[in-house]
Design a protein around this ligand. Structure first.
Ligand code: MSP
Length: 519
């Protein structure tokens, strides 16, 4: 049986509208899942909303509404946005679902009964933005590095999960599985965090007294407390696939891939694996960590008010262009800058001039010189073999890069084939060859080669730009291409049937002129 893949996004807080940062993680997961489906692999895409905790209460109080109402509002907004953007999630989970509450309570009781939770007093620096107590590493000039606000000093009697009991095991696990946390820079960061946390005793406060916060899941062993929002939220990854005894749980859990940005590295790399250990489950297969989208060198966030709305980007440029930009411009793991100039630059260079041009030239000439039907190739020479070799390399390279969670590198490999095809067209000059008695015989092979390269490009591109890929296949007269056939066989050279009726169509990716836009 082929491998399975279970991919998750963070569940987003219900205190702000979806912006470029949330969209990026969700789009990467969507792209990965589409790729696995293309390979005939079973996959499950979980996303959703994280609805308890102080952040939501803060918004609710400011608006004079109930926390439940605020949560409902933003959760709907996230779901509707992902629907409007065509993200192909399998389940959208909400932490306020009754089913999630009973899973969390069952786990709390189990971990409590195992003696891994203890009750005592604690004083610390708490950031409401992060919903957690901070350590000195989290502070810059006394302020939280992410929220740029000073934490509050808090003393409370609370329940603590003794996660430090599992630090030796976790350190060994990270050392034994070098790509558990990837890219590597974050693995090193986690090992440093672990050393620091060990020095602090390694306890995690997992309760909040109801007297201060009652918007959460009640502890099953003390009705005066609710569960700390992170302890509740992380468990969504289990609830989402039917823990404890759903039919698919074991299969999907064994293949779990979490995607997050570096802001939530500690909860995912330290709290979560130790919680799983206490529950008696293995950690996820990979924790994939990306950097921040910045605008003017500052992280995009609600508190800074510099958010970029995916729906506005969709309206202005089309979602596929925005999606391509996100996937292509961010090296997974590093920070990236967003500006409309950069997006338009990518659109004009990669999509309009390069890919769009290949599509329109190939199909225009097929129309002119082959009556609009993919011709039968005759002989294949050096230049054809070169395109075939680049196509084969692209199929293999995309696979390697996708499995290593480097979508930007996979796109590079696809565009190497677009470049090679354009160069090939320039070399063969079918527009001249067709008028030259000696060379005219070669035109059919040239057009076949371009159409076949386009077919492979469209298949490989379909996880990244599903609609554009469908449209290319439609124009090639083979729109059912993606049903049934699987990578890598579906993209092996020679798959396009001669005689397919092609369509010219309007430019796929019109050039955008930013100056004209702003007029
Ligand atoms: N609710 C928690 C996650 C719980 S998961 C069990 C949370 N929510 S969040 O709404 O703040 O989302 C954080 C995530 O959104 C990041 O990890 C990342 O996936 C995405 N991003 C939000 N802002 C971002 C950027 N500026 N850049 C890139 N991605 C960022 O944390």
């Amino acid at each position: 049986m082929s491998e399975s893949f279970y991919l998750t996004t963070p569940i987003y807080y219900v205190n702000a509208e979806p912006h470029i940062g949330h969209t990026y993680t969700s789009v990467v997961v969507d792209t990965m899942v589409r790729y696995h489906r293309l390979c005939g692999e079973r996959s499950f895409f979980l996303t959703g909303t994280d609805e308890h905790g102080e952040k939501v209460l803060e918004v609710a109080e400011a608006r004079g509404q109930s926390a439940r109402r605020v949560a409902e509002h933003y959760s709907n907004l996230f779901r509707q946005t992902w629907d409007e953007l065509g993200l192909s999630y399998d389940r959208f989970i909400r932490t306020t679902e009754p089913g999630h509450k009973s899973v969390v309570q069952g786990i709390l009781q189990r971990v409590y009964d195992a003696g891994e939770i203890e009750f005592r007093e604690y004083e610390g620096k708490y950031c409401v933005g992060c919903e957690r107590f901070l350590t000195d590493r989290d502070l810059v000039d006394g302020r939280c590095r992410d929220h740029e606000r000073a934490p509050e000093k808090r003393t409370e009697a609370n329940y603590f999960f003794k996660m430090g009991n599992h630090f030796d095991w976790l350190t060994r696990h990270i050392e034994k599985h070098p790509d558990f946390i990837r890219p590597e820079r974050y693995r090193n960061e986690v090992l440093a965090m672990l050393r620091e946390e060990s020095g602090l005793g390694g306890d995690l406060c997992i309760s909040r007294p109801k007297s201060r916060l009652d918007w959460g899941i009640e502890l099953p062993f003390d009705e005066n407390y609710v569960c700390y929002v992170w302890f509740d939220a992380l468990i969504n990854y289990l609830t989402g696939i039917g823990y404890p005894d759903g039919p698919d749980f074991a299969e999907f859990w064994a293949s779990a891939e979490h995607l997050i940005a570096k802001d939530i590295l500690k909860p995912h790399a330290i709290f979560w694996p130790t919680m799983l250990r206490a529950i008696g489950l293995e950690p996820a297969r990979h924790l994939n960590v990306h950097g921040y989208w910045n605008v003017d060198d500052r992280k995009v966030s609600k508190s800074l008010g510099n958010m970029i709305s995916p729906l506005i980007m969709k309206e202005k440029y089309g979602f596929e262009v925005f999606r391509y930009f996100l996937l292509r411009d961010m090296a997974f793991g590093l920070d990236s800058n967003f500006s409309e100039e950069l997006l338009v630059g990518r659109n004009n260079a990669d999509l309009a001039n390069n890919l769009g041009n290949l599509v329109s030239r190939s199909l225009n000439m097929t129309k002119r010189f082959a009556n609009g039907r993919v011709p039968e190739p005759t002989e294949s020479e050096g230049p054809e073999s070169e395109v075939i070799a680049v196509a084969e390399r692209a199929v293999a390279e995309v696979d390697v890069q996708m499995r290593a969670m480097r979508p930007q590198r996979a796109l590079e490999a696809i565009f190497a084939l677009v470049d090679a095809s354009n160069r090939y067209l320039e070399l063969r000059e079918p527009w001249k060859a067709a008028k030259d008695a000696e060379l005219a015989g070669r035109v059919d092979t040239t057009l076949y080669t371009c159409c076949e390269a386009l077919r492979i490009i469209a298949i490989l591109l379909s996880p990244f730009m599903p609609q554009s890929a469908d449209e290319i296949l439609r124009r090639l007269g083979i729109e059912g291409e993606l049903d049934g056939a699987q990578l890598p066989q579906s993209a092996s050279w020679g798959g396009i049937p001669p005689g397919s009726p092609t369509t010219k169509g309007a430019p796929l990716f019109p050039r955008v002129d930013l100056d004209a836009e702003s007029e």
